[in-house]
Design a protein around this ligand. Structure first.
Ligand code: FAD
Length: 480
């Protein structure tokens, strides 16, 4: 750091106000990641209230040589939003940038600030008579800035795409503290390199997203949810094919859950009353969004499930009778990560594969893990419609989970990722790389792609101050 930390703190207090530069007291809400994998220590938590203040904070940090960790809701699962333990990094919280700046109903867009909580944006869209379809279990706490920085997916990707597909324009503060005003609401703009796509998914390593222009959609007339017991993963894939054929764009959700994942929800949240899980290895949750009517959606859904029962890819099914029941079914699905956390520390794999390869991948990897680790427990669930599995490993029952992680995590990650690579998949579908997977990335990403990524990082952030060590692992000094 070239400027004395005390001088930097003085400048930061002058820039955003003393009340918004936090240095004392319990700051764990900012310094500890959601999964409790890391607890860092920041020089200060700085909470700017406008884009200009963000830019001024970045300029002050750059002048001081202090690195910056941007943070939204701190719900990320790849350890990317908390400071390291050095006590020298500035934690830049975007949560005070929480305004909807404009809604353009004819253009089907709204422009929002990065710190807006996702759930509030869904409500703002609904109040205006539209749908903002990005949806994930952390939506009550995560921010749209974090969603874009991680290119979040969630439960509606099958129909609407992930955060990248929902974003038309960005406002970004560069590592030099300049503001790039790219808040275009254009669906067509071929005027050179796509800077927006560069910042989306960059996990705070190239700049700070301060606002975005996002797509809105018409609200469907009805949304129906069904829950089906399926006899195998291959049957779940067959059901997906059948549902795509029969419902086409109406199929807005297709989630798969294994029996052990549902048993954890039943154990930790018995009040949720998980249906059908006891007698089947897998359950699937389907959502049908219909632009005609609820009656039309129900007829279509029932015909689909009848056909599925006939060919044997479904053994039993229920269709929610009310909105409350539908919400209850989604709540069960969304409680799996929480139930897993209640059960104890675990190893998460957020992987994607061609849908056609998933049954073989699961059979082979389950068998390899069972052979490698006696008593291993697999929590396997995810967005099957997008080829995205959360293929998570829970420590054997009764053992010391922390010790298990310390001893086995690297071996398990390598085993799972090698199988993913063999089947043409990706080691991160939607959670990002953070620092959790940064060391693994070079083993599974093309050296040419990594070289280009390093060139971009060097060009945009030559001082390496933006969220260092995330996505691209820092090289040892000798090799730098
Ligand atoms: P943070 O956790 O604060 O930050 C995440 C990353 O983005 C960090 O690298 C941070 O530095 C960077 N960042 C944050 N804000 C900015 C900004 N304004 N500018 C630049 N960089 C920034 N994710 C999915 O994709 N799909 C799911 O279905 C899903 N389900 C989840 C369920 C649960 C229960 C939980 C806890 C998490 C889930 N997640 C899921 C992961 C997480 O919610 C998402 O990654 C979310 O997009 C993170 O948003 P956030 O505001 O909390 O970001």
């Amino acid at each position: 750091m070239s400027l004395n930390p005390a001088d930097l703190l003085t400048t930061l207090r002058h820039t955003v106000g003393t009340a918004h530069v936090l240095t004392d007291g319990d700051l764990s809400v900012y310094e500890q990641d959601w999964r409790r994998r890391e607890h860092g220590r920041a020089l200060a938590v700085v909470r700017p209230g406008s884009t200009d203040e963000v830019a001024a904070v970045v300029r002050a940090c750059t002048a001081a040589g202090a690195s910056i960790v941007p943070q939204g809701g701190n719900t990320g699962l790849a350890v990317g939003s908390v400071p390291d333990g050095s006590g020298t990094q500035v934690l830049l919280s975007l949560k005070r940038l929480d305004h909807v700046r404009a809604i353009d109903t004819a253009n089907l867009t709204f422009t929002v600030e990065a710190g807006c909580i996702l759930q509030n944006l869904q409500a703002a869209a609904q109040d205006a008579g539209f749908l903002f379809p990005l949806s994930l279990a952390a939506e009550g706490s995560c921010t749209i800035g974090g969603n874009l920085a991680t290119n979040a997916g969630g439960t509606q990707v099958l129909r609407y795409g992930n955060a990248r597909e929902l974003c038309l324009g960005l406002e970004v503060v560069t590592p030099q503290g300049q503001v790039w005003e790219g808040l275009s609401g254009l669906r067509k703009d071929n005027t050179g390199y796509d800077l927006r796509d560069l910042f989306i998914g960059s996990e705070g390593t190239l700049g700070i997203i301060t606002a975005a222009t996002l797509k809105l959609y018409p609200q469907p007339a009805a949304r129906l949810t069904a829950w089906a017991a399926v006899p195998s993963m291959a049957a779940a894939v067959d059901l997906l094919g059948l549902a795509q054929q029969r419902l086409a764009a109406g199929l807005t959700g297709f989630e798969v859950m294994n029996q052990f994942a549902l048993s954890l929800v039943d154990k930790h949240y018995p009040q949720l009353r998980v249906p059908l899980w006891r007698d089947t290895p897998w359950c699937v949750l389907l959502e049908n969004s219909d632009h005609e009517s609820e009656a039309h959606a129900r007829t279509q859904f029932e015909a689909l499930l009848e056909a599925a029962l006939e060919v044997g890819c479904v053994t039993d099914a229920v269709v929610a009778e009310s909105l409350a029941q539908a919400k209850g079914l989604w709540h069960i699905r969304e409680s799996i990560p929480l139930a897993q956390a209640e059960e104890g520390l675990n190893i998460k794999h957020d992987i994607s594969l061609p849908v056609s390869r998933i049954p073989t991948f699961v059979a082979e990897t389950d068998a390899a893990l069972a052979q490698a680790i006696a008593g291993v427990r697999l929590v396997n669930f995810g967005h099957l419609g997008d080829g995205n599995l959360h293929y998570n490993v829970q420590a054997p029952e009764g053992g010391d989970a922390a010790q298990f992680l310390q001893r086995e995590e690297d071996r398990i990650n390598t085993l799972v990722f090698d199988h993913v690579a063999r089947h043409g998949g990706s080691i991160s579908a939607e959670h990002g790389i953070g620092s959790l997977k940064a060391a693994k990335l070079p083993h599974y990403k093309s050296p040419v792609a990594l070289g280009l990524m390093r060139t971009i990082k060097q060009a945009l952030d030559p001082q390496g101050l933006m969220n260092p060590g995330r996505v691209l692992a820092q090289r040892p000094a000798a090799a730098a």
